[in-house]
Design a protein around this ligand. Structure first.
Ligand SMILES: [Zn+2]
Length: 267
């Protein structure tokens, strides 16, 4: 049964990722990573696979929504890239597919809680980033509450906050049907995990993540080469702690929070 699901998953994931490559939502490496994530999710179960598709389609749609306008706003802080590469795909979906597959393979409910918490966090973070950049106006740094440039990690807005809650709830409600029992508890735990992961992402992004500075424009940025063409220098945070690693931390916090909340709720 698992083999049949994996084969069907390969067919569907192949079609969806090819489409995403064609519309430039995924890079070539990102297409491969998403393809294998899709197979693993389908091997874990139909509902897990459907949930991953729901996450992928909503995230991709929100990323494309008002894309030129968002790119203009974040030009000084973020690299100009619309295609998600393998590192970005795995940072968002890697833990989810591993936990979902583990849940199916071992029959442990706790792993299902971890899987859904991880994906709810990835969804919450993506929705809040995309909606916040488009509608949030001037974001404020979560740690100091000072206005910062749009796109800079750690910057938050009320619009982004609301979208983050919606993104976590969406995955929590749809995903709760992936297991036969404890669905209400799973939905609550995953929503909490998703939101905790999103907040953790902003907190780590504000404090520990590597931040760069352009000496020519005197601007904080995450670009190695600034929009002005000047090479930026590492100025704050941990040098190797990139945005992708922070996203991975975000999904890990989501998984851990959902497991603890699930344990408290089902005890
Ligand atoms: Zn510059």
């Amino acid at each position: 049964m698992m083999v049949i699901r994996a084969l069907a998953g390969a067919a569907v994931a192949g079609a969806i990722t090819a489409g995403a490559r064609k519309t430039r939502s995924l890079s070539e490496s990102g297409q491969w990573a998403a393809f294998f994530c899709g197979i693993l999710a389908a091997a874990a179960g139909w509902w897990w696979a459907g949930l991953l598709i729901a996450f992928f389609l909503t995230s991709t749609a929100l990323t494309r929504w008002r894309a030129p306008e968002k790119m203009q706003k974040t030009e000084g802080t973020l690299p100009r890239a619309t295609e998600r590469n393998a590192t970005q795909v795995l940072a968002n979906g890697g833990l989810f597919v591993l936990f979902a597959f583990g849940a199916q393979y071992t029959g442990r409910e706790r792993l299902a809680f971890a899987a859904l918490g991880a994906l709810a966090a990835a969804s919450s973070d993506t929705w809040s980033t995309e909606v916040g950049t488009a509608l949030g106006g001037m974001p404020r740094m979560i740690s100091t509450w000072k206005p910062v440039e749009p796109g800079l990690s750690g910057g938050v807005s009320f619009a982004g906050f609301g979208a983050g809650i919606a993104g976590a709830l969406f995955i929590a409600l749809v995903g709760a049907f992936a297991i036969p029992h404890h669905r209400t508890q799973l939905a609550i735990a995953a929503a909490l995990g998703g939101f905790a992961g999103c907040v953790a992402d902003s907190l780590i992004g504000a404090t520990l993540q590597s931040k760069r500075f352009c000496d020519r424009c005197r601007h904080w940025t995450e670009r190695r080469v600034h929009a002005c063409g000047y090479r930026t220098r590492h100025a704050r945070g941990i040098y190797w702690l990139s945005n992708d690693l922070v996203n991975l931390c975000c999904t890990f916090v989501g998984a851990a929070t959902a497991v603890v909340a699930g344990w408290l709720l089902t005890r």
